[in-house]
Design a protein around this ligand. Structure first.
Ligand code: TRP
Length: 405
């Protein structure tokens, strides 16, 4: 089958102002959306995205194959929060031939971590446990510097954010013996990755990058180079081991374009193409697109206090409820557009029975919006309480996670 790559994908070009901040997206028609590593906007139709990106849907067949090895399925898989993949069948074939894979994912440290960022990491942790897999985790502080919105921000600022964000990653519970952090600007890590990055960059033309990401000639050559750096950890363990090791990359689907470009290159350098598992985005509280760290009211940060969570949910969480209590009781609410319900489904309520009961109760009008919100607030705050404890403890563990070449 032709790679999507060859069929020109239609992603709206990303426009940046001179100061490299995003130009506000033009008002979009209801069915228009944009998904690139630097812009997600509009109402994302994930089935269309599978076609546009040329990925494969995560079918029940393939989920059952995973289940054979893991005994149970993580709720994010059962509920298709992860909805699409590349080459997962190949990865499982290899696994069944005792050719174990490693995991790779990453974080662009642009600011504080919110729960939307954590979604792929939660599944990655589960995969590490179930498949006893090594994890390589890249912090792209260089990328966030090159794409910064504040022109006066320094590279060092993003290095600092990397270390802050690393605490959130550790708090997810990854195994320190099997998890290796790569921080792009750290000299030992930069040195390690540079040789592979230039070999990859050597095979990617400027016109490919322009067509894939909508870059123009005014973009810096640093911005053009970023895909090559992000591609490296998918082969680095193979380089270090001196033999090819399969790789699985769980990621938010906005990051797929980097690997769509890089997957054409890996075999040319003698490596496997990594398999990829794509997650949907967590809806923002305001229900108009994904959660965004630059719109604080749309977001719950991992460091929010219980009071802040209460306020944000009560005041801002877009609701599928009716205008009056009487109407809600009579006609019922709409869980499918309700942000609290979406969050319970994607993240905070792993129990299928409880989730179904909430769905039915809300839809029938037995459950009120205020009750759904209180339930969600409790769930989020219980999660954050644990997370914040582990995040504090992570400060002492950080050194164990940083890869020592
Ligand atoms: N560029 C990603 C971001 O901005 C970070 C990242 C680096 C990443 N390597 C990755 C994400 C691999 C997913 C998979 O968040």
């Amino acid at each position: 089958m032709a790679e999507a790559w060859e069929i020109q994908i239609r992603v709206a070009p990303l426009k940046l102002n001179k100061d490299k901040t995003k130009v506000k997206s033009m008002a979009k028609a209801a069915d228009e959306f944009t998904v690139t590593p630097w812009e997600v906007s509009g109402n994302v139709d994930y089935q269309k995205l599978i076609k546009q990106f040329g990925t494969e849907p995560l079918t029940d067949d393939i989920l059952n194959r995973i289940k054979k090895h893991t005994k149970e399925l993580h709720f994010m898989l059962r509920r298709k929060v992860f909805f699409s993949h590349r080459d997962l069948k190949w990865l499982l074939d290899e696994y069944e031939k005792k050719n174990k894979f490693f995991l790779y994912t990453g974080r662009g440290p642009s600011g504080p971590v919110h729960i939307g960022h954590m979604l792929p990491w939660m599944l990655t942790k589960w995969l590490q446990d179930k498949f006893d897999a090594e994890l390589w985790f890249q912090f792209t502080d260089d990328e966030k510097f090159l794409f910064r919105k504040k022109q006066d921000a320094q590279l060092e600022d993003y290095q600092k954010i990397s270390y802050e964000n690393a605490l959130d990653v550790i708090a997810v519970g990854f195994d320190p013996k099997k998890t290796h952090f790569l921080i792009n600007s750290l000299p030992e890590h930069a040195g390690l990755m540079h040789d592979e990055a230039i070999k990859i960059a050597d095979r990617i033309t400027a016109s490919t990058v322009k067509a894939s990401f909508g870059f123009e000639d005014s973009y810096s050559i640093g911005q053009f180079f970023i895909t090559a750096i992000q591609a490296v950890p998918a082969i680095l363990p193979s380089v270090l081991a001196g033999k090819n090791i399969p790789c699985l990359i769980p990621l938010g689907v906005d990051q797929d374009p980097h690997f769509r470009v890089a997957r054409d290159v890996y075999p040319k350098l003698g490596f496997y193409k990594p398999a990829i598992l794509h997650s949907k985005f967590m809806t923002g509280l305001l229900a108009d697109g994904k959660m965004s760290a630059s719109v604080p009211q749309s977001t719950i940060y991992t460091t929010d206090t219980p009071k802040e969570v209460e306020e944000k949910i009560r005041k801002h969480a877009f609701s599928g409820g009716r205008n009056s209590l009487e109407e809600h009781r009579r006609l019922g609410g709409n869980p499918d557009i309700d942000v609290c319900y979406q969050w319970l489904q994607a993240f905070f309520e792993p129990d299928d029975k409880k989730l179904l009961k909430i769905y039915n109760d809300y839809k029938s009008g037995r459950m009120l919006t205020s009750e759904l919100k209180e339930y969600t607030i409790e769930k989020i705050n219980a999660f954050l309480k644990e997370h914040q404890k582990k995040r504090e403890l992570a400060k002492k563990q950080l050194n164990k996670f940083i890869f020592k070449p």
